[in-house]
Design a protein around this ligand. Sequence first.
Ligand code: ADP
Length: 168
Amino acid sequence: MTVLNATVGDITTQNVDAIVNAANTRMRGGGGVDGAIHRAAGPSLLEECIARFPNGLETGKAGWTHGFNLPARFVIHTPGPNYRAGQTDQRLLESSYRNCLAVADELGVDSIAFPLISAGVYGWPKEDAVKIAVDTLSNTPTQVSQIRIVTLDAHIQSTVQELLTRYA
Ligand code: ADP
């Protein structure tokens, strides 16, 4: 059985097997949660990104690296759709969540923390991003037993919580 919950906090400090990075297609680090994860993991993360993703990663796909200095053993990276640049098809955002869970299953991950993919610099409207996250994570079959949605903002977290109770 999978338990889905929401927490306010910094994703880089979560004690889980894997954290998800809202990356970009170049896979060479960036701003927002991507920058925070690279800073906390240390420079080996970028080295492994270069080695494993020489040509980057397509929007909506997912791939993994180790977590290095993070408490999490793995980082599962997914470039979410850039709403601001016109990538507004919600199936792309759903596939980011689904493909991350598929990679988590390949790795045998038991607990995972997700940020709200595309809801920062990429400009996906926040309430809609929350709905897509909760719907997709609730409806995707997985072996992962604990899924945590981590946000920096208490207001967003309560929106996540509200939707979660509808699924409970
Ligand atoms: P994107 O480019 O996919 O929009 P961002 O990193 O800009 O990615 O933002 C994605 C979400 O992650 C936003 O809701 C942002 O507030 C949040 N975020 C940024 N840094 C952190 C962090 N350290 N821990 C958790 N969430 C974060």
